[in-house]
Design a binder for this molecule. Structure first.
Ligand SMILES: [Fe+2]
Length: 341
């Protein structure tokens, strides 16, 4: 048996734009996601349609930069990336073309897609409150707003405000509370910080488990990764942490998406639309979401994930995720005004 080592990233880079666009049997996919379920996800698309998927994978911001540099000659057909705030940035850069698809409109709830069809959400993540189980009871902290209460002084860890997840969360706070109250909230949370904002979501969770602080905010999949880790020490960290869905008694928990759009100059537009429609299918939904411990967006497709099952169902904020992008400049201004860092 021959073992073929997959070097798709490097080999894809060597293709010329002409090779990419020769017929409609290829799809050039630029993605910032890379998970174990990808092989099955893309292989099934090729099996169903005969369209080969050329993947270019890079970090979120590197990918946007690359597309910008390629300009009109970009071979990209589809951009897959995370967070509505980042898809909104790509939209502002003029990367996408609108897609009208009765299938996508029927399958993807309206709040998880850009109203003009510029981009669509394919999996869902929630920004949950995580707490140290030995020191905090879930009932003490039912809302994002509670994080600003004086009782949490010196007990909150948060990441930087330039992070897209926090910008999008603030975008939702602005919509629900208005700018003045959203700023008051940011000021309150900032006053409660146990340390300067630093690190990623996993670092916040580690700080909570280590007792450096008692509560934080994180996307649920970082928590799931810890609990499902092959390393006992990481599972140990996860086991010290409790997770709750904030604002269940009112507007619901802030949710965001991983999503995709068809590029404005897509050489293989038809294949690109087919791919988005494929991602909205039941099986693809499971692969796409499961790769990162996220929830499928399509109603009725249940995640087969032990941590998500344990967390259970929850009330989601019904705000259209495009608002998170639209509020992004205002969000950054608020964080800057309160010197969040
Ligand atoms: Fe993330």
């Amino acid at each position: 048996m021959t073992v073929i080592k997959k070097t798709f990233v490097v080999s894809a880079l060597l293709f010329s734009a002409a090779t990419f666009a020769q017929d409609n049997k290829v799809l050039n996919l630029y993605s910032s996601r890379h998970y174990q379920t990808d092989e099955a996800l893309y292989a099934n698309f090729t099996k169903q349609t005969g369209i080969k998927v050329n993947r270019i994978e890079a970090g979120e911001d590197a990918l946007l930069e690359r597309i910008r540099n390629e300009g009109e000659r970009s071979p990209a057909d589809v951009l897959v990336t995370v967070d509505a705030g980042r898809l909104w940035r790509a939209q502002q850069l003029g990367f996408f073309q609108p897609v009208k698809s009765a299938l996508l409109d029927a399958r993807i709830p309206a709040s998880y897609r850009e109203p003009g069809g510029q981009w669509f959400g394919f999996s869902l993540r929630a920004r949950v409150i995580a707490y140290n189980k030995a020191r905090v009871k879930a009932a003490e902290i039912p809302t994002y707003e509670s994080l600003a209460e004086p009782k949490w002084q010196g007990r909150v860890c948060m990441r930087s405000s330039t992070n897209i997840y926090n910008l999008s969360l603030m975008g939702a706070m602005i919509d629900h509370l208005g700018e003045a109250k959203a700023e008051q909230w940011a000021r309150g949370v900032k006053a409660n910080l146990a340390r300067e904002p630093k690190g990623g979501d996993t670092d916040q969770l580690k700080s909570v488990a280590a007792g450096e602080c008692d509560v934080t905010i994180s996307n649920q999949y970082y928590y799931a990764r810890l609990l499902r880790s092959a390393k006992p020490e990481e599972r140990g960290i996860g086991e010290k942490i409790g997770v709750l869905f904030p604002n269940q008694a009112d507007r619901g928990t802030h949710v965001n998406i991983s999503g995709a759009g068809v590029m404005k100059n897509a050489p293989n537009r038809e294949a690109a639309v087919k791919f988005l429609e494929y991602l909205a299918g039941d099986e693809a939904q499971r692969y796409f979401a499961e790769g990162n411990n996220e929830w499928p967006v399509v109603a009725g497709v249940k995640p087969d994930n032990p941590v998500l099952k344990m967390l259970g169902e929850f009330r989601q904020d019904s705000l259209n995720v495009a608002v998170l992008g639209r509020n992004q400049p205002g969000s950054q201004k608020i964080y800057d005004r309160v010197a969040w860092k």
